[in-house]
Design a protein around this ligand. Sequence first.
Ligand code: LFR
Length: 491
Amino acid sequence: TKSGSVAAVDLGATSGRVIVGHVDTDGVRMEHVARFPNGPVTLHERDREALHWDVVDLDRQVTAGLRDAFGRHPSIASIGIDSWAVDYALLREGRLLGLPYHYRDARHEQGVGPVHAQVPAAELYARNGLQHLPFNTVFQLAADPTAPLADRALLVPDLLGYWLTGVEAAERTNASTTGLLNATTRGWDPAVRAAARLASGLLPTLHDPGDRLGPLLPSVADAVGGQAPVTLVGSHDTASAVVAVPATEDDFAYISSGTWSLVGVELDAPVLTDAAREANCTNEGGVDGRVRFLKNVSGLWLLSESVRTWERGCEAVDLEALLASAAAVTAPVPVFDVADESFTPPGDMPARIATWCTEHGLSAPASRAEFVRSILESLATAYASTLETITAVTRRDVRQVHIVGGGSQNRLLCQLTADRTGLPVLAGPVEATALGNVLVQARAVGLGGLGGASLEALRRTVAQAVEPVRYTPRGTSLPVPRSTPRRRMSV
Ligand code: LFR
């Protein structure tokens, strides 16, 4: 039952963070230590501009963040790293072969045809149980001109773990998003690997969340001013977020709502039926061998790219005020298909939404407030229809919806989700991913009496630490409560 602290490195779409989680028998307290940008970098590539991860800068920032963490808390007992799924680095003889591509780079599209020519989509699904997303690692690798030169591929959190410890491994929850893992055996699938023409040694040994990767390399220990093992966590950010759903019952669905919205349920075994494949549901690997049966619905990316577009005119946008004016919109707004692929790459989202509406015979939103309302109505509508699909395919009885992550703070989105699903929504914690990362480490190193705890016990710890905000479904004609604007929009 000893108390102690662990460091969580969480790399998100706009920023990366180092957070220290303090764990004792009373619960968990999160201390933000460092925040740094993690946007993609654009590099010219003969006939196009390509999007990459700036992993070299990231390594520097993570090291600096860990130095701050050890400076404040020299006895940090463990370090864990998570990030978004699917992206990988290629190495040869331990050396990085170039900056990893970012999944929003369009190159992956060229990989789909060749892989499907070897393994038809239905067979691929029977093997990997993964929803078809054109940027799944297997397609990216098949379209990567550097892949034949590599003797190792590491997913991004595993790359950073390798740079910290010198140990190459594949953490299983993130590996489950590559398309190269067999959903039933939970091992690499040799037939899929061969279909993407990948060398057999390219994929490292699989390990589970909770496994110890290794101690910091001496040079790293020196640079960060401390020593602690790197512990594997649910290194897929969504896997960590699902750990921290504050559920006290088992009849829940979750929406991990950030850049993406991951809408689903937790299962004990994969569902690989035709219905699941036709609905494009995914069976991703969760912590403790659970299955995250979900669908990717777009997310706050639509909103943040819109805000970025508006801010290109050098005008800062006050999001709180904008959300308040969106809540006050009474005119009907168009509901568009948030999954349309035109919304995937970075760019002028309001223009693309307007184009989508015009092409579908709808009138485009007329103001920023209407755009925001339209985005949130469209997301909530997609959440509701996705939940319907998921419950139909799994025959699960869902009585409540937990929204975790950034979207849990968006009151309008939470209320609209309750309205559209007709179910109570329990919102929070906002820091679910980092919390899940911290809890899996704390359990592994035996802090706060969590050693050996079940996932359910970890979730009860979260429920005690952060009480979710409850939204009750109402008639859709009722206005959504306005949040009080904290800042004014500066013009
Ligand atoms: C969320 C997430 C999703 C994954 C997408 C791309 O951050 O990890 O789960 O489908 O990003 O990697």
